[in-house]
Design a protein around this ligand. Structure first.
Ligand code: HEC
Length: 105
């Protein structure tokens, strides 16, 4: 029993650490997504809007090229999508967002 508890605690610490590392690494794209209001329509892990498909696992459905397209010309992927185009964003910000989306596996 005590060994199990200790293992559980160690695992919890490990998970917490890896989670923090990912959050720090993904920060620019995550901040942008927050500021641009992506989560008014999309959810991630149950948080956010439900006006559009959840972004959970989006990187397993779409290639980086398609993620870029979804961001800049959403209707090329989803002809009736009521999603604004983010083609006006500077390239670096588009890349940060695509990189962020790539983390949703
Ligand atoms: C006004 C609502 C709205 C906003 C804001 C919005 N989207 Fe969308 N998005 C949609 C809709 C609608 C679709 C089409 C799929 C669907 O019908 O759910 C879509 C599709 C996508 C897809 C393709 C998903 C897939 O599985 O094919 C991605 C990726 C995406 N959005 C990312 C973003 C990001 C990143 C932002 C913020 C920069 C954003 N969206 C902002 C409504 C929105």
């Amino acid at each position: 029993m005590r060994i199990h508890a200790a293992l559980g605690a160690a695992l919890a610490v490990l998970l917490a650490c890896s989670g923090a590392a990912v959050a720090a690494q993904e920060a620019p794209g995550a901040d942008l997504a927050e500021r641009l209001g992506c989560f008014a329509c999309h959810s991630v892990k149950g948080q956010g809007g439900n006006g559009a498909v959840s972004l959970d696992g989006v990187a397993t459905r779409l290639s980086p090229r398609q993620l870029q397209l979804a961001l800049t010309y959403p209707r090329q992927l989803h002809p009736r999508a009521k999603m604004p185009s983010y083609a006006y964003l500077p390239t670096a910000e588009q890349e940060a967002l695509v990189h962020y989306l790539e983390s949703f596996k």
